[in-house]
Design a protein around this ligand. Structure first.
Ligand code: AGP
Length: 609
């Protein structure tokens, strides 16, 4: 989703700006642009739709020269994917601005600005922001004051960066929502939406707080809060590697990340187990105090992370810990009846998902006893804002479709269930048993990956399909949901997931020979129930594609294709059964020729509401 980079340098800025945009590409975007203040004190702008590579080619044809500049990757919200809608937006040839976020009151501001004689060249909500800053400059305000005055008039959630042609060597940025990080060297200053873009120049960074406006010069920067007071924000040092993530021999990052899962899970478990016990320090320094006070768990997340939460609900309730799971975008706008001793657990690969962050804030406001995040990005907003953090340690995930972070988040959640089971008086032998199973996880994941060739062959049956149904029961219903989400997002085939027992309450009407029905069938307590549900599908002419335990007793036939998953203990089965579904969607996407790593309309990190 939209990314911002900016710099006040003592050499040409465009190289850093372009590399910064490349490093923000993973967030998802559909157009990109850059502005510099040239050596004659004029704004020079280049914008392109499509990939950052297009922008790079345009800059090779006509280089931009200047030491101060801003750049942006845009993920369209207001206005289509067109060059005029791409950022930076310019007002009166003198003021250029980039924005990440949404301005909710853009229509009313636009009317007032039109009445003041300003004209518009785009359909975006951002253009009203640059006009508004311009109007405040006309009133005689200084650039930083004009930005602060504008921010107070905007409704919504946004981060912005502004340069003025008349002030080379100066860049003003402001945050009211999406993160903005400042980086400095001795004689240069930088800003970016996340640390990846800063790493080529510095590891030291500061994070702006909501309401902050920072005035960047080559010699340093002055930060004022929303009351106009000068403030210092803590200086952090990033531990992240500055190296770009390499694809190696893989065709796509998604394929690479699916195959990294045995190592990813081994890294998630590394240092978290001692003998047959889970080390509760893995969750943070205050873990003991917070877990002692935990009476129930409220999980909040979006998308794939939400599905991990739904699996965890089964584990937590199994060991006696009451648990609710909610989609963040719904949770944040709902009134909640307070429940004493609630530990709010957010799950997020990126740690920057706007709805999850807002839901966390709301949970704290409504009196959550403690907060914890399961996350893959150590320097992210959710990690900063939570009392406890369990880092998945998977390494960067580049593919928009989450895979390795899903299995690692589930692994972390299973550890949480074990730690909490002790306080709820659950049989200690259970922890011993599950920890032993967890130690087998990397090997079991390898076995699941070995199914790839057979899955690629099965995928042939899906290439011409418009719809698919995914079925599961118990903790495997969320796995079916995740399988359906993967298929939708990377192959654009409409897919829906149902708890298998729910079929006859409606969805069975959809079943005919044209709709493939995929089911996960581990040999658990619900296998006989599932088998009856699958017979209901067959009886209506449905074609079944099953991932099943060899002991399930399911039999292949003309209308039933079965791929066997090596036997696995039910405690870790949901983690294992997610792998064949990932591989299925990947191979269907290959057949359909979609952009696997950057599916249309989607962003890796959803930083707007
Ligand atoms: C799924 O493949 C997506 N990447 C998406 O559903 C994602 O899980 C969701 O947007 C939440 O992201 P987060 O884990 O970074 O918070």
């Amino acid at each position: 989703m939209c990314g911002i980079v900016g710099a006040v340098r003592n050499s040409e800025a465009s190289g850093f700006l372009l590399e910064g945009l490349r490093r923000l590409e993973y967030r998802g975007y559909d157009s990109a642009g850059v502005v510099v203040i040239n050596h004659a004190g004029a704004l020079e702008r280049t914008r392109t739709i499509g990939k950052v590579g297009e922008l790079e080619q345009a800059l090779q044809r006509s280089p931009l020269t200047g030491m101060t500049g801003i750049a942006h990757t845009r993920w369209a919200t207001h206005g289509g994917v067109t060059e005029p809608n791409a950022h930076p937006h310019i007002c009166n040839d003198t003021l250029a601005l980039v924005c990440n976020g949404i301005i909710e009151n853009h229509e009313s501001l636009r009317e007032v600005q039109r009445a003041s004689g300003l004209t518009f060249t785009s359909e975006t909500d951002t253009e009203v922001v640059v006009h508004q800053v311009y109007l405040h400059l006309q009133e005689g305000l200084d650039l930083a004051d004009a930005v602060r005055a504008t921010m107070k008039e905007l409704q919504g959630s946004f981060a912005l960066a502004v340069v003025h042609a008349g002030e080379p060597g100066r860049l003003v940025v402001g945050r009211q929502g999406p993160p903005l990080l400042l980086g400095r060297t001795d004689d240069e200053t930088f800003v970016a939406s996340d640390i990846n873009a800063l790493l080529p120049v510095t590891r030291s960074y500061q994070v702006l707080e909501n309401g902050d406006v920072a005035d960047l010069h080559d010699t340093g920067c002055l930060i004022r809060n929303d009351r106009g007071e000068i403030v210092e924000r803590p200086l952090h040092t990033s531990a992240q590697s500055g190296d770009a993530v390499e694809l190696g021999d893989y065709r796509h990052f998604m394929q690479k990340e699916i195959h990294e899962q045995p190592r990813a899970v081994a890294d998630t478990l590394e240092g978290r187990l001692l003998g047959d016990r889970v080390l509760e320090d893995s969750f943070g320094a205050k873990a003991k105090e917070i877990f002692d006070a935990t009476r129930q768990v409220q999980i909040i997340a979006c998308g794939t992370s939400y599905h991990a939460g739904l699996v965890a609900q089964h584990w937590l309730e199994y060991v006696g810990v009451p648990c609710e799971v909610e989609v963040a975008s719904e949770y944040r706008y709902r009134r909640h009846a307070p429940r004493e001793g609630t530990l709010v657990v957010t799950i997020s690969q990126s740690g920057e998902t706007a709805d999850t962050l807002a839901a966390l804030e709301e949970a704290v406001r409504q009196g959550a006893m403690g907060t914890m995040v399961i996350c893959n990005v150590p320097e992210s907003s959710l990690v900063r804002e939570s009392d406890l953090a369990f880092m998945t340690h998977c390494g960067p995930e580049v593919g928009v479709a989450s895979t390795k972070t899903f299995v690692s988040a589930m692994t972390g959640l299973l550890l949480l269930a074990l730690v909490l089971s002790r306080r709820h008086g659950f049989d200690a032998g259970f922890e011993t048993h599950v920890v032993r199973q967890l130690r087998t996880l990397p090997g079991a994941l390898e076995s699941a990956l070995a199914m790839e060739d057979a899955i690629a062959e099965m995928a042939q049956a899906f290439g011409d399909k418009a719809h698919a149904l995914f079925l599961g029961r118990g903790a495997h219903f969320p796995i079916a949901m995740e399988g359906a989400l993967k298929l939708k997002e990377i192959s654009y085939i409409h897919a829906e997931a149902y708890p298998a027992g729910e079929l006859k309450h409606g969805p069975l009407a959809l079943v005919d020979e044209k709709i493939p029905v995929v089911a996960v069938a581990p040999n658990d307590l619900l296998i006989e129930k599932l088998k009856s549900n699958l017979e209901e599908v067959r009886a209506r002419g449905g074609r079944l594609y099953l991932f099943a335990d060899p002991a399930s007793g399911l039999v292949e036939s003309e209308d039933v294709r079965i791929l066997h998953v090596a036997p696995v203990d039910s405690a870790i089965a949901p983690i294992i059964y997610s792998v064949p579904l990932q591989l299925l969607s990947y191979h269907v996407a290959l057949i359909k020729g979609t952009d696997v790593d950057k599916p249309r309309n989607l962003a890796k990190s959803v930083t707007v509401e």
